[in-house]
Design a protein around this ligand. Structure first.
Ligand SMILES: *Cc1c(COP(=O)(O)O)cnc(C)c1O
Length: 361
């Protein structure tokens, strides 16, 4: 077996310890004589997993019982629609900061429903940064301000929490549980887990209970937050395997020092790569402006596309996988989520230096 350093953006690398644990108990979970994927979602052994995962997520986020954790399917992309359907109206628009492709997709869903207002956009700067506080134009009558905390494709991230008079909503799909934040400043946070927290199949929504305990009666059952809230996310069959692995990843984060230690490690990995970019005399060009640089997705270009192709191929020969950028923006992207060991970033940094020496022309 040869496990590579997996820099894919999502589905993405998971902690090896977690994968081994899953493997070890896959055929007989908790002495049930069944695999976790064969256990009923109504049975005690699963319920324990479900509730423990919820509790651990709240604990890691330092949130109390005025918040609820929901497990919903349909990806982060369904949240783009559920949010305006549940919370915005023609009289109370949803405000959006458009900072990348996912942020724009979220905005578009609200536009389609006729309930959107643009608070800020960095599109004409090719999404190379996030807006600063005084660029956010949020009407005080807005239902919420929606931001995308980490822009996975462009490699930018907010390094402050916007101060707004209206409820703050955030897509944290690609930086959820990567650093400590004052999560109480948010009314609703959601994350597709396949970036930083588990296998594809579930979205974690963490929201103020007061916001989600009653939804509009006109909405279909599965598009209402109160369906999930009132039934402990067990109204219908949840994606039990994804939730089980997310629970294990949350435990792994707790056992490894919590969000503070994750943040230190993530900063170290990011610095290793950004330093190579900054010291490359322009051979590597970072996409993100310095004050918006993501600690999760490091995006950069090489002098030409031919070298970029060569970079991807030679990287793979060096056990470095998944560094090709998004098809819409090109270039390179190294995703260095919680589960990427520091050693992985060191190996990539060394490879980048060597590649430059051999190819600077
Ligand atoms: C990947 C991603 C999405 C889309 O997630 P799906 O679960 O595929 O719908 C949304 N937002 C961000 C920030 C992402 O990185």
């Amino acid at each position: 077996m040869n496990r590579v350093y997996n820099f894919n953006p999502g589905p993405a690398t998971l902690p090896l310890d977690v994968l081994k644990e899953v493997q070890a108990e896959f055929l007989d979970f908790d002495e049930t004589g069944m695999s976790i994927v064969e256990v009923s979602h109504r049975a005690k052994p699963y319920e324990k997993v479900h509730n423990q995962a919820k509790a651990d997520i709240l604990e890691l986020m330092n949130l109390g019982d005025d918040y609820e954790v929901l497990f919903i399917q349909g990806g982060a992309s369904l949240q783009f629609a559920m949010i305006p359907m549940n919370f915005a109206s023609k009289d109370k628009l949803g405000s959006y900061a458009v900072t990348g492709i996912f942020a724009r997709n979220a905005y578009k869903e609200a536009v389609n429903l006729g309930v959107a207002k643009l608070a800020a956009s960095t599109e004409d700067e090719n999404f190379a940064r996030v807006p600063c506080q005084n660029e956010l134009k949020v009407d005080s009558n807005s239902a919420y301000l929606h931001i995308c905390m980490n822009n996975t494709i462009y490699g930018t991230e907010y390094h402050y929490i916007p101060e707004v008079e209206v409820p703050l909503f955030a897509d944290m799909s690609s930086d959820m549980l990567s650093r400590p934040l004052d999560f109480k400043k948010f009314s609703l946070i959601y994350a597709g887990v396949q970036k930083n927290l588990g296998p594809a199949g579930v979205v974690i929504v963490v929201a103020k209970k007061s916001l989600i305990e009653k939804s509009l009666d006109s909405l279909p059952t599965m598009l209402r937050y109160d369906t999930f809230y009132n039934k402990n996310s067990l109204y219908n069959t949840p994606p039990t395997f994804s939730i089980y692995v997310v629970g294990k990843v949350a435990q792994w984060i707790k056992n490894n020092g919590g969000l503070k230690v994750m943040a230190q490690r993530n900063l170290k990995k990011a610095q290793l790569l950004y330093n190579v970019i900054d010291e490359s005399d322009g051979f590597y060009k970072g996409h993100a402006q310095e004050d918006s640089r993501s600690l999760m997705n490091v995006t950069f270009r090489l002098p030409n596309e031919e070298l970029e192709k060569k970079f991807v191929a030679e990287a793979l020969a060096n056990n470095i996988s998944g560094v090709k950028g998004h098809r819409l923006v090109g270039g390179m992207r190294a995703s260095i989520y919680n589960a990427m060991p520091i050693e992985g970033a060191e190996v990539l940094a060394e490879f980048m230096k060597k590649f430059q020496r051999k190819n600077k022309g």
